[in-house]
Design a protein around this ligand. Structure first.
Ligand code: FAD
Length: 505
């Protein structure tokens, strides 16, 4: 694919999750005619958080040739069926955003329409009870999707992973190096730009070594060494809608129960995560520094752990938003250098993945066509705004009125793209997808908007079905799903079975 005799050189700056995911995939695809190197600094290290994913990670793994069982073993991973949102609608309330389907359709109407209609008559359980992922999650059970019978709830399961971020990067590094990626350790202290066009020519390390490249992938994290510092691409700040700007992360001893879901617990000024791994529990607090002090956030975090902390909390500061252009000249920013959205729906690793896929689809030659770059930036901007809207919806649609933080969020103006969506949903609980590039499907929006407590009318069509029939339909769904989930293996047992080394003959 390279366009002359000299190898096309790709220099990846940074060896966190973004850097090694990029290296692992590009080195699988771009073999002859390409030279790939990755520079990382042990002195700086990585952000070392980012342990929860969404189901599309399985596509990345498949593309990267990763064996699931091997990954589960090496990264101490667990399965993730969804996220429990505790206290987000109001203190004491909880719902799960599960990745799978909600019941099934009848007469073109989705199950949540029946649920809404019957809810008015006070005849339903929480929406969770009609969604296979949520029911299995609450029972601490797990199964993989089984498509043999499309009418079985097992066909509607979808899942992701929780994994140890450092182990995941190390796991990918091993693969990338085996596929020919050259790893260079050292701290970059200077970026040389080409006089003629301002493209990045080379990066120089503290020890004086210098490395060039045709394409540079900036995976340097929040430092944004190339895209921000060297090329000066600005940052679009979204902190008027997303108030949280700090986090504290602390691992603690093993989870007492290996839950197949992430828990997010809302506080008066932010929220706390709980991510169960096989060997430890990941915990953290995300908060607004304008509404709580670091000390108070830390003491709330430490007071609410399920086990003994293994370290002091690690502080992280961030600004929500995105890089105005993810691709500038010969630099493509992937990972935290391209933007940051709080990990409420575990979307950052996904944005790394789509950044890599997009780069592959629009891969440049030495001429660096403007159209490739513009298309990359257009898609990236859409994707960030799409995820942003979904996150904002969690804050806007709430009944919490117990703090300045929630009062501001509940009453703020939101981006028009979101306010239209909320208005349409309130009218008839219908969701209109704005194209395939949208990350979250209807099931996700439905569970979050109804879980957060949005008052929505059902689709008027559902009134054409007699109430007794609607109720019978929902009762069937509930019964079949509960029965199906009760036959699944316990989550911990499922992992133990996968961990067993293959039998030797
Ligand atoms: P980093 O991990 O920071 O890596 C940067 C790399 O660049 C490092 O190797 C560093 O050494 C190198 N580098 C920097 N400067 C130089 C230099 N001068 N010279 C040489 N090398 C340099 N995402 C999710 O999907 N799910 C989650 O649950 C989740 N939770 C999160 C929780 C918190 C509190 C935060 C802050 C983020 C979370 N994220 C989550 C985001 C996730 O952590 C990141 O998307 C992911 O780790 C990728 O980071 P990165 O590789 O871009 O940056």
């Amino acid at each position: 694919m390279a366009d002359n005799d000299k190898d096309f050189e790709i220099t990846i700056v940074g060896g966190g999750t973004a850097g090694w995911m990029t290296a692992a995939l590009l080195s699988r695809l771009f073999t002859r005619g390409y030279k790939i190197r990755l520079i990382e600094s042990d002195q700086i290290g990585t952000i070392s958080v980012g342990e929860a994913t969404i189901p599309a990670i399985r596509i990345f793994n498949q593309m990267a040739g990763i064996d699931e069982a091997e990954m589960i073993r090496e990264t101490q991973a667990t399965f993730k069926l969804g996220i429990e949102f505790d206290g987000w609608r109001r203190p004491g309330h909880s719902y799960i955003h599960g990745f799978g389907t909600i019941g099934q359709d009848l007469l073109w109407l989705h199950a949540h329409q029946f649920w809404l209609a019957q809810q008015r008559a006070g005849k339903v359980k929480p929406l969770d009870a009609y969604a296979i992922n949520c029911v299995a999650a609450r029972m601490n059970r797990f199964a993989q999707p089984d498509m043999r019978d499309p009418d079985s709830p097992l066909a509607g399961i979808d899942y992701a992973y929780h994994f140890d971020a450092l182990r995941f990067a190390a796991f990918l590094r091993k693969r990338a190096e085996a596929q020919g990626v050259e790893r260079i350790e050292g701290k970059i202290d200077h970026v040389e730009l080409r006089a003629a066009d301002g493209f990045v020519e080379s990066v120089r390390l503290e020890d004086g070594r210098s490395f060039g490249g045709d394409l540079f992938v900036d995976c340097s994290g929040m430092r944004a060494l190339l895209i921000g510092q060297a090329l000066g691409v600005g940052f679009e700040d979204w902190s008027r809608w997303l108030l949280c700007d700090r986090a504290l992360a602390v691992p603690c001893e093993n989870a007492p129960i290996l839950t197949p879901y992430t828990r997010s617990t809302a506080h008066a000024w932010g929220w706390q995560w709980r991510i169960p791994l096989q060997h430890r529990l990941g915990n953290g607090m995300v908060y607004s520094s304008a509404h709580v002090s670091d000390d108070e956030a830390a003491s709330r975090l430490l007071a609410g752990l399920d086990g003994t902390p293994l370290k002091d909390p690690l502080p992280v500061r961030f600004k929500p938003g995105r890089r105005e252009r993810a691709w500038e000249k010969n630099v493509v920013a992937i990972g935290l250098s391209s933007g940051f959205l709080e990990p409420l729906e575990s979307t950052s690793i996904h944005l790394i993945q789509t950044g890599i896929f997009r780069l592959i689809a629009l891969f440049p030659d030495r001429n660096f066509m403007t159209s490739d770059r513009e298309e990359y930036n257009r898609q990236s901007a859409f994707e960030y705004a799409d995820v942003r809207d979904f996150l904002i919806a969690h804050y806007k649609v709430t009944r919490r009125d117990d703090s300045d933080f929630w009062n501001y969020l509940r009453t703020m103006d939101v981006p028009e793209s979101l306010s239209q969506r909320l208005a349409l949903f309130a009218e008839s609980a219908r969701f209109f997808q704005h194209g395939k590039a949208e990350l979250f499907r209807e099931e996700s929006w439905v569970q979050v908007l109804l879980g957060q407590g949005l008052d929505a009318n059902p689709d008027p069509m559902v009134d054409l079905i007699p109430p007794a029939e609607r109720q019978a339909f929902l009762n069937d769904i509930e019964e079949v799903i509960a029965d199906c989930a009760s036959r699944m293996l316990g989550h911990a047992d499922f992992i133990a079975r996968i961990r067993k080394p293959p039998a030797t003959t």
